[in-house]
Design a protein around this ligand. Structure first.
Ligand SMILES: Cc1cc2ncn([C@H]3O[C@H](COP(=O)(O)O)[C@@H](O)[C@H]3O)c2cc1C
Ligand SMILES: O=C(O)c1cccnc1
Length: 336
């Protein structure tokens, strides 16, 4: 491995450019080469999975939008009209929508994968969001979807989510897994007013009082949900088993990643952090992971939009590594 790492660094350093001048593209190229154990990195069949589910905690008024928006947005995804559809089309990323637990009976649709656990989690203010069996089912179903993507020849997978109320779950998970004070883990989500945010903090504090000590990250995931976050966590773990590149975006997907990392610490070798969300807490979460995201666009949308937007940069990192000349072959003088 040390020899490969040296060979990669050598190849980067002898390209026709001042040493280190491609900045983060250089470390990205190196990371991809190390994951793929090669001096000829490539991306094959990039795929993006959006997991959707509803959340019982929305009963307690923690989001500025009604939970019916989750199902409405799934229909929008299927018609191709959401932000993630547009950006995936733009960058030729294969997009798949997965119903992990939406509170709606969708008609059969070949573009909608049915991984429904139940029509939304329980309200974790009172009751754990899901049972242990349901959590296990989340991992099993999501793992199967990743197996299919891998068997279709993909080596690069991005993750997005849709689920009104899911910033609340993500905040609770962040609090348990990082130990940052709960209030610092809670943000405005889809755009709460100051008053709405104060209510969200109050509700989540009560939830914490009701479930003070999850024994481990899996119990935290079971307690605070949701089905899409648990499925993303399971899907990330399976992607790592297949040695795929894992694109991580946004507050909610990064919370799922925190859970995955607590089970498999080495998963971070394969993770590319795509965008830092404007949601309060995301920066701290990324700092906690020691992660440096590629983009800072002040977005706070989710759906994995940051993965699709960062994708051209990932391709550029591979392109310069594979295609740029070195000093010798180009007849350019290197510094003494
Ligand atoms: C129209 C619409 C499209 C979205 N796409 C993603 N989200 C994002 O917002 C939700 C989380 O925020 P909160 O916890 O405040 O409900 C998630 O569904 C997330 O994916 C959306 C939200 C809305 C309203
Ligand atoms: O960062 C995110 O993923 C996010 C933030 C706010 C609302 N929905 C998603």
């Amino acid at each position: 491995m040390e020899n490969l790492e040296q060979a990669i660094q050598h190849k980067i350093d002898f390209k026709t450019k001042p040493l280190g001048s491609l900045g983060i593209l250089e470390s990205l190229a190196k990371q991809i080469c190390l994951v793929q154990k090669t001096l000829k990195p490539k991306i094959q069949k990039p795929t993006h999975l959006v997991f959707a589910a509803d959340h019982g905690i929305t009963e307690s008024g923690v989001s500025s939008y009604p939970s019916s928006v989750t199902a409405e947005m799934v229909k929008n995804f299927l018609r191709g009209g959401a932000a993630i559809n547009v950006f995936c089309r733009q960058h030729q990323i294969d997009l798949k929508i997965i119903d992990a637990g939406v509170n709606f009976d969708f008609e059969e649709n070949e573009d909608l994968i049915n991984s429904k656990i139940r029509k939304g989690t329980h309200n974790f203010l009172h009751t754990p969001a899901m049972t242990q069996e349901e959590l296990e089912k989340c991992f099993e179903l999501a793992g199967k979807q990743v197996d299919i993507v891998f068997q279709n020849g993909s080596n690069c997978i991005g993750f997005g989510e849709m689920g009104i109320g899911n910033t609340s779950s993500a905040s609770m998970l962040m609090n348990v897994l990082t130990n940052f004070p709960l209030e610092e883990c809670i943000g405005k989500g889809t755009g709460l007013s100051q008053e709405g945010l104060a209510n969200k903090v109050r509700i989540l504090q009560q939830a914490k009082n009701n479930h003070p000590h999850p024994k481990n990250p899996m119990e935290a995931l079971q307690t605070f949900g949701g089905f899409e976050i648990a499925q993303i966590c399971g899907a990330m773990l399976r992607s790592y088993q297949h040695n795929m590149l894992i694109l991580v975006d946004g507050f909610i997907a990064t919370a799922a990643f925190l859970c995955a990392k607590s089970i498999e610490p080495n998963i971070q070798n394969n993770a590319i952090f795509c965008h830092q969300s404007d949601e309060q807490g995301h920066q701290r979460m990324l700092d906690f992971l020691g992660a440096k995201p590629l983009l800072h666009l002040d977005m706070r949308l989710g759906e994995g939009t940051g993965c699709a937007l960062a994708f051209p940069l990932i391709k550029s990192a591979i392109k310069f590594f594979n295609e740029m000349s070195d000093f010798e072959s180009a007849g350019v003088s290197n510094k003494d």
